[in-house]
Design a protein. Structure first.
Length: 426
């Protein structure tokens, strides 16, 4: 027990260092450097006992091969090639460490994310610099978002569900008034999913799972209604000027565009256009936009923007974990991200998310956050991503990783292997 408490504290400290970063060729979090230093002292091969984790490891190697092939084919500079390769090499090296962090006690997710929330605020207020007050305001919203995730997840963990929903929803609305639409969207979807699970919850896992699977289509409808409601709410507030002048200008610009509000994710749309031109080998690590692909796309779709006077210094858009990797490293990066998406789909579709009764709030919040990131954000923060996806992998595994801390997750009679054998879970 004492050793477990030491490990809990160590994981919390790692969280504190997760967003304190140094630059050398690439960008590394101090927590990652600690993790690399720890690898010789842990059973790093233990992750092989889990088939899904082994698959992640192998597909990450395939991604690395894609980086090397793409860089060689495109003649990428040595510095860019090293940065692109090390990004994936370090991801690979962190998989055994993240497994070691969590496999004996998945609730350490809360310890890690509590530290990560503090690290996010420290990094924002003491380490980052911003060119404009507007940029500072936008990043401040995301800096506090990590704390919002932790508070919502922790309140749910201790049984204060209504307070958790209030905290999550309130921060989403606050973020909307501070130039962030994605936070209210992911928060709304998380709360709708949690409310649905509360609605179908029965006195045993078997009954809960049965009604969850039976009524899941209604949850999908409710989520779609929630998304439509958020879109209408945002549109009405932005057009009335209630969200401020910048939000009004942005909304009117997107409203008049032929792709509508989707133009807010123009970088991801440009990435897709680039992929269609070179789907196999991509463009190389940190490829520059030498031929003005982005401006051509934006001009074609009549998107209002400020032209860059030195476009040769601009990178090709990579604001999507999956599309950005495909643009830079070619099609060999795709299986890794498709497998990650598949794990998330299985989590929801098979009802495996129900296995984490008290951790359900944190898991739901992070799942919706990372779904958004995979589709629309540039890849960063390797350790945080691995902590998230390994929790999903544990929930999807036949072996019940939550047995050792069962009282934190579901009723005492829960036995996932029995359910598998009985055919309740297919």
């Amino acid at each position: 027990m004492k050793e477990n408490r030491k490990k809990d504290l160590f994981v919390f400290v790692l969280g504190l260092l997760a967003l304190v970063k140094v630059r050398f060729v690439g960008t590394f979090a101090i927590a990652e450097l600690v993790a690399f230093a720890m690898l010789p002292f842990i059973n790093w091969s233990k992750f092989k006992e889990n088939q899904q984790t082994k698959t992640l490891f192998k597909l990450a190697f395939l991604w690395l091969v894609g980086v090397v092939v793409s860089d060689m084919y495109n003649g990428s500079s040595s510095v860019d090639s090293l940065k692109g390769a090390f990004n994936v090499v370090f991801l690979i090296a962190l998989i055994p460490f993240a497994y070691w962090m969590l496999n004996d006690n998945p609730k350490r997710l809360l310890y890690f994310w509590g530290g990560n929330a503090i690290s996010s605020l420290y990094s924002f207020y003491y380490l980052q610099k911003f060119e404009t007050e507007f940029d500072r305001g936008v990043w401040q919203t995301y800096a506090w978002y990590q704390l919002s995730l932790f508070i919502g997840g922790y309140l749910y963990f201790v049984g204060r569900k209504k307070l958790a929903y209030l905290a999550i929803g309130s921060y989403g609305v606050w973020a909307l008034f501070h130039n962030s639409r994605s936070i209210i969207l992911t928060s709304t979807v998380s709360v709708v999913l949690l409310l649905f699970i509360d609605y179908v919850r029965k006195d045993t896992f078997e009954k809960t799972l049965y009604f969850y699977l039976k009524k899941l289509k209604y949850a999908v409808v409710a989520i779609l209604i929630g998304i439509a409601g958020v879109t209408f709410f945002y549109s009405d507030l932005a057009e009335s000027g209630a969200l401020g002048e910048r939000a009004y200008e942005k909304y009117m610009m997107q409203k008049d565009n032929k792709i509508g509000l989707a133009s807010g994710r123009a970088d991801a749309l440009i990435s897709w256009e680039l992929i269609k031109e070179h789907p196999i080998v991509g463009y190389g690590s940190y490829a520059k936009d030498k031929y003005g692909y982005a401006e051509k796309y934006l001009d074609t779709h009549k998107y209002n923007y400020v032209k860059n006077t030195d476009e040769s210094d601009e990178y090709l858009p990579g604001h999507s974990y999956i599309l950005g990797s495909w643009v830079y490293a070619g099609i060999l990066s795709l299986p890794f991200w498709l497998y990650v998406l598949w794990q998330i789909i299985v989590l929801i579709r098979k009802g495996n998310i129900l296995k984490s009764k008290r951790m359900l709030g944190m898991v739901s919040l992070l799942t919706m956050l990372y779904l958004w990131n995979i589709l629309f954000s540039p890849f960063s923060d390797r350790l945080q991503f691995l902590v998230f996806i390994l929790i999903i992998v544990f929930l999807n595994s036949e072996y019940n990783y939550f047995n050792s801390t069962r009282k934190y997750f579901y009723d005492k009679d829960f036995n996932h292997n029995t359910l598998l054998q009985s055919g309740t879970i297919s």
